[in-house]
Ligand binder design. Structure first.
Ligand code: URA
Length: 424
């Protein structure tokens, strides 16, 4: 068996065997297969897909590529939440401490940015000193001690995903249901949580552009969960415009802090309370309205923020030292009318270009840069009203490129729901 035969097979839309998938994952990790060959196979998978059996084989080989975590030493139900990724998606930074403040144990391994989408770990690293790596014992101890730990995928857990993720990020091979499903589910299964909640983002700024694609991805992850005896609940939520106002790492941490104090942007507050309530309802077996009231209370009384501070402190972060660039430009509306579209994908790409994301594997993120919207879709703007503030450092972007992400028309657009569907 050679990697070239396997690439050729996938190029011709043939099904790969378990043995072939195992050969690829092992070869990638022992470096007997070159990165460019893996990238070529990834592109063939993006173009020609994998069926459910191949996706389960891939997930299994990814799980087996490293250690798995046994969380049975943690008292209580352990919940893991994951997002398929979006623009301005700071949900984990808020949801995880909010749930932990309600005594739901959060043992969370998060990822870095992928393509135009931001990653929780890059955001947490905007907090100077925050250590994203903990040993397995320290991870479990911290969850037992304070109810929450958010770490990056350690090198030993699903190392195959770590490698594939970094390659996919820079080779245009992110948007594939089997690759996304196996990437997410291998990490969730290897990290041992009892309940897995996945926020499947749908829309222009998400990896899944349509509701049908998002449902297919959700069903694939639910089926993988069943195969490995894990309960998976997918919440399909909108990502047609950026979530909230801030895009970029320090800026998003700041918006998460505002939301943890109970005064975040309306859409962020609404999404957080709805997702958190679904989880709280399920774990605490209470009514959804009661769960929503409980979550709102934790935001308004400072308990959720306090848990966030505990998390940051436990992982050695120092919020006071977090920096946001002072080179700020205001982009004004060229005309009046209703904002009918804010192109999340376009703004995500701009954020990546100005340094909030990576364009090559070696790129180092600049946490201080990004964008903060002044308006959301549906707002009325006058000529010269500010649309967005851009925080730049040493990389620039043209004003026209930013303006092309905003559509302004005379007609008020229809409202899009924030939560489309829940699948389990
Ligand atoms: N999140 C992941 O962990 N992996 C993907 O492929 C996409 C989103």
């Amino acid at each position: 068996m050679t990697i070239i035969d396997i690439i050729e097979k996938k190029k011709h839309k043939e099904k790969l065997t378990h043995e072939e998938i195992s050969f690829v994952i092992k070869g990638m990790l022992d470096k007997s297969i070159a990165d460019y060959q893996i990238s070529s196979l990834l592109m063939a998978i993006v173009l020609n897909g994998m069926d459910e059996e191949e996706t389960i084989y891939l997930t299994e080989e990814m799980i087996n590529s490293g250690e798995t975590i046994d969380l049975s030493n943690i008292d209580g139900v352990v919940v893991d939440k994951h997002s398929t990724g979006g623009v301005g998606d700071k949900v984990t930074l808020i949801l995880a401490p909010l749930l932990a403040s309600l005594d739901i144990k959060i043992a969370k391994m998060s990822g870095r940015g992928l393509g135009h989408t931001g990653g929780t770990i890059d955001k947490l690293e905007a907090i100077p000193g925050y250590q994203v790596e903990l040993s397995r014992d320290d991870f479990i101890k911290q969850v037992n001690d304070i109810g929450i730990a958010v770490i990056s995928q350690s090198g030993n857990i699903v190392p195959a995903d770590k490698k594939l993720y970094a390659l996919r990020d820079v080779t245009g091979t992110v948007d594939s249901i089997p690759l996304i499903a196996s990437s997410i589910m291998s990490k969730k299964i290897a990290s041992g949580a009892d309940f897995i909640f996945i926020d499947v983002k749908v829309g222009n700024g998400a990896l899944m552009k349509s509701l049908d694609e998002a449902k297919m991805l959700s069903q694939t992850m639910i089926n993988i969960g069943k195969h490995f005896n894990k309960e998976v609940i997918c919440i399909l939520t909108d990502m047609d415009e950026p979530l909230g106002l801030a895009i970029g790492n320090s800026l998003e941490v700041q918006e998460a802090i505002d939301t943890l104090h109970g005064y975040g942007p309306v859409d962020v507050m609404e999404l957080i309370v709805n997702i958190a309530a679904l989880i709280v309802k399920r774990i605490k077996k209470i009514d959804i309205e009661e769960a929503k009231a409980l979550c709102l209370k934790q935001l308004n009384n400072g308990n959720a923020y306090h848990k966030f501070e505990e998390l940051v402190e436990a992982q050695h972060g120092n919020l006071k030292d977090m920096k946001i660039s002072e080179r700020v430009f205001s982009i004004k509306s060229p005309k009046e009318g209703y904002l009918t579209k804010i192109n999340a994908l376009g703004l995500g790409e701009i954020a990546r270009i100005i340094g909030a994301g990576r364009l090559t594997k070696e790129d180092v993120i600049d946490p201080t840069v990004g964008l903060v919207l002044t308006h959301k879709v549906g707002d009325y703007v006058n000529t010269n009203d500010e649309l967005v503030k851009v925080y730049l450092n040493n990389k620039d972007v043209k004003v026209d490129t930013i303006l092309s992400c905003f559509e302004i028309k005379d007609e008020k657009p229809e409202e899009i729901p924030l939560i489309y569907e829940i699948l389990e």
